[in-house]
Design a binder for this molecule. Structure first.
Ligand code: IDC
Length: 308
């Protein structure tokens, strides 16, 4: 399916991400692992494979200061080229694409706010005519002093900057404590339109208490998007928890909340969707997929679905 044609220019209405006509829609797809760690997965056939399973979006996770990070020891031109390829392939396939400023050990988004300004200026100049590009401005703020007020302050710098070139694009804003405190954002949201707030979960670690936060935040009117989740524990590894994964899936489906699964790569960790020994870069058969990968495929195809 060509989701771009079907949904058109997205907009946020109340708590919902909607198509151009105002009907709530659910974006769904994989998140890459660090773009530069697994650059070969940024290829058109890989994206087509997941689209054929049912994905309508791709998240391009670009680490800022982890190993080979964009701001640390990474090659910026190479990284930007990967983003460019990712956007191009997604666009050609009729998919939405999320450009993710993947802060993690740099828990305070203000630490590199100047660099973020430069990055998003560059990205928005490049992609201002692409209605399918979504900007995620801080993956997972974290740290004791990184309160919602700090994150909000950062958003109040980056959102207006993006708005100069892209007045209507969807922007996703991370929340404190590794994008779990949507309840705090709901108390004091950022002004503006077409803004969504990220909630991330790892099903073995994050359970009903976090689901309750999501429910309450929506009740308060906050638009929430699950820009990252997986079905193992928060380390990205360890045991899978299908019961909890399905409770999360039910909550997402019943409320038409979009969800992006971590991660499309073959790293030796249980959140990777492709088996370590599999070297294929697209057209994965079930035998090539990890249990996480098989779950992902079932979520994309609707074989695991809780839509009423
Ligand atoms: C993990 C990767 C792992 C990598 C690590 C880097 O799976 O291979 O070594 O990052 O520090 C998140 C983050 C995401 C993490 C993931 C699993 O957004 O970057 O990826 N996770 O720990 N939040 C919760 C879990």
């Amino acid at each position: 399916m060509d989701a771009i044609k079907e949904f058109g220019k997205l907009k946020v209405v109340g708590t919902d991400l909607c198509d151009e006509k105002g009907n709530p829609i659910q974006l769904k797809g994989p998140s890459t692992l660090g773009l530069v760690w697994y650059p070969d997965y940024i290829n058109q056939e890989a994206f087509r494979t997941v689209r054929d399973w049912g994905a309508n979006a791709i998240r391009l996770a670009m680490y800022t200061v982890e190993e080979e990070g964009y701001l640390s020891d990474g090659d910026q031109a190479f990284t930007e080229d990967l983003i460019d390829k990712g956007v191009k392939y997604a666009t050609e396939l009729g998919m939405y694409v999320i450009i993710d400023w993947h802060i993690l050990s740099d828990g305070n988004p203000m630490t590199y706010v100047e660099e973020s300004k430069v990055f998003f200026t560059k990205m928005t100049e490049k992609y201002k005519d692409y209605t399918n590009v979504i900007y995620e401005i801080c993956n997972e703020p974290n740290g004791d002093d990184v309160t919602w007020e700090v994150v909000k302050g950062y958003a109040e710098i980056i959102v207006p900057l993006i708005r100069k070139t892209c007045p209507e694009s969807i922007i996703m804003i991370g929340t404190p404590s590794w994008s779990q405190r949507v309840d705090q954002a709901a108390e004091n949201p950022v002004e503006g339109t077409n803004l969504m707030y990220s909630l991330h979960y790892y099903a073995e670690t994050h359970r009903q208490p976090l689901r309750d936060k999501l429910i309450k935040a929506r009740e308060k009117g906050l638009p929430v998007f699950i820009s990252e989740y997986s079905i193992c524990d928060a380390s990205g590894n360890g045991a899978l928890n299908y019961d909890e994964a399905n409770e999360w899936a039910r909550l997402a489906d019943e409320n038409k909340i979009g969800f992006m699964q971590w991660n499309l790569a073959n790293r030796n960790e249980s959140s990777s969707m492709v088996k370590v020994e599999c070297t294929k870069l697209s057209d994965w058969a079930e035998a090539d997929l990890t249990e996480t990968g098989i779950y992902f495929k079932k979520r994309m195809s609707g074989e695991i679905s809780f839509v009423k």
